[in-house]
Design a protein around this ligand. Structure first.
Ligand code: SAH
Length: 220
């Protein structure tokens, strides 16, 4: 059965508007990001049983021990990515259910998304096609390697936290490009924004966060 993209009741446009008002209260300022999140039906990215909770500010399970990122963190990371001009070509590590991918694809020209769990890649690809978001390349791979064939990228975003930034992601950034990535282990993670300059890299620590771990290898 095909689920409704429109939604009703707890999944309606009005529920989304409330989510947007909350994101503003939480400090999200980028109107383009907020406008896109007001349109995308977040409820179709979660299990039908959890649909009514899709717009709460929480992470929810998407199977395979993974979670859909909470709306605040999706908005914040996207805002950080766009702050110094809209990137054209973006690499995402950790497609998951594809919600962040949908937000990115609505804002930039081309998105490349890498996920290590194969069934998640298939599901996200189908869903984003249904939403008519077709400027996305998908790859089932370990994101530690980035996507060398498509590099360099104007921006890279990671939805899982490594202990240290994978060197390939730094190498695949264009000069002027930004990498937004949570870094750290069980003792605590910080969100970083790393900008590639002519001379090297600038690293800003943004805020404390909690992401699933960045794992190596692939899973089928
Ligand atoms: N933005 C996604 C986040 C999903 S959770 C969403 O909202 O659904 C993070 C995702 O990163 C998981 O799907 C996990 O499988 C994936 N992941 C973890 N380590 C990875 C790696 N090395 N390469 C690619 N994907 C990875």
């Amino acid at each position: 059965m095909t689920r409704s993209i429109q939604g009703s009741g707890m999944t309606s446009r009005r529920t989304r508007e409330r989510m947007i008002a909350r994101l503003r209260d939480q400090g999200i300022r980028n109107n383009e990001v907020l406008a896109v999140m007001a349109e995308i039906p977040r409820h179709i990215f979660v299990d039908e049983a959890l649909e009514s909770r899709a717009y709460e500010d929480t992470a929810l399970p998407i199977g395979h021990n993974q979670t859909i990122s909470q709306p605040y963190i999706v908005a914040r990371m996207t805002e950080l990515l766009l702050e110094h001009g809209t990137p054209q070509k973006v690499l995402e590590i950790g497609t998951g259910c594809g919600y962040q991918t949908a937000v990115l694809a609505s804002l930039v020209k081309q998105v490349y998304s890498v996920e290590r769990i194969e069934p998640l890649v298939k599901k996200a690809r189908d869903l984003l096609w249904r939403l008519n978001l077709k400027t996305i390349g998908f790859k089932h791979s370990d994101g530690s390697w980035g996507w060398p064939e498509q590099a360099p990228f104007d921006a890279i975003i990671a939805a899982a936290a490594p202990a240290e930034v994978p060197p390939a992601l730094l190498e695949q950034l264009a000069v002027g490009g930004v990498l937004v990535i949570p870094v750290g282990g069980e003792a605590g993670q910080q969100l970083h924004r790393i900008t590639r300059t002519e001379q090297g890299f600038e690293d800003e620590v943004i805020e404390r966060v909690m992401f699933v771990p960045f794992l190596s290898g692939v899973s089928r």
